[in-house]
Design a protein around this ligand. Structure first.
Ligand code: CTP
Ligand code: MG
Length: 235
């Protein structure tokens, strides 16, 4: 009889935040009383089903040691990599030192501090018996256009069944590690974890997530995230 699978989180946090263009990487900006990163970690570490969290941090990151992590148990630190996928892979490899290949991993961007416990619970419930795993997403709301490199509109894309991919993205530790490694070896550009799984010929399940799970990317996202965090605290 197999031991019951556990749930872990890997949090890539080694980006520089070039689109935010702030003095520090965006995960270290302060929002609603604490850094973006601390909000994210408190939601993941505070989830009752989460066994532990692995963060991927840039070598030489001076901000990480300044965070107050005393409230959080079971955080492990891996090295960040050149791209998000390398950071995630480093995190998965560290995790495989103490987790089982069959355990579930929820990969979640450090830059998504508004992730709600209900979304994590709902995702785990929806996927725990799924053969592949899946991701949170939102159906696109706007009309979608494809342009030339010079921004001339070439076509309008039918938005039926078109989604924005969010995180967490939840897959089996062994399978995701293998899929990311293969995608990198094949020179296949992966901007999220699901695309590596797709590259392996598998079909991740899309799960409708909450609209407030935004990724902080540009300066205007900060006030929006601040508002969502304040709103979530009230409910
Ligand atoms: N990330 C990472 N390692 C990298 C690049 C990104 O761990 N080499 C992380 C970021 O820290 C972030 C998540 O992946 O939590 C999503 O990436 P993104 O929003 O693109 O963040 P940045 O790369 O920091 O921002 P930008 O693309 O504007 O530079
Ligand atoms: Mg980036």
């Amino acid at each position: 009889m197999n031991k019951q699978s556990r749930y872990w989180s890997v949090v890539p946090a080694a980006g520089v935040g070039s689109r935010m263009a702030a003095a520090v990487p965006k995960q270290y900006l302060t929002l609603h009383g604490k850094t973006v990163f601390e909000h994210t970690l408190s939601r993941l570490c505070g989830h009752p089903q989460m066994s532990g969290v692995v963060v991927a941090i840039s070598v030489g990151d001076e901000h990480w040691p300044q965070l107050d992590l005393s409230d959080f148990d079971n955080i492990h630190v891996a090295e960040g990599g050149a791209e998000r996928c390398h950071s995630v892979l480093n995190g998965l490899q560290l995790l495989s030192g103490f987790a089982a290949a069959n355990d579930w991993v929820l990969v979640h961007d450090a830059a998504r501090p508004c992730i709600h416990h209900n979304d994590i619970t709902m995702m785990i419930d929806a996927l725990k018996d799924h053969p592949v795993g899946g991701l949170l997403g939102l159906p696109v709301a706007d009309t979608m256009k494809r342009t030339s490199g010079e921004n001339d509109v070439l076509e309008t894309i039918n938005r039926d069944n078109l989604w924005r991919a969010l995180t967490p993205q939840m897959f089996r530790l062994g399978e995701l590690t293998q899929a990311l490694q293969t995608a990198l070896d094949d020179g296949f550009l992966v901007t999220d974890d699901a695309s590596a799984i797709e590259h392996a010929g598998l079909r991740p399940r899309m799960i409708v997530g909450r609209g407030d799970n935004i990724k902080i990317t540009r300066p205007e996202d900060l006030s929006l995230a601040e508002m969502y965090l304040a709103q979530q605290e009230k409910n």
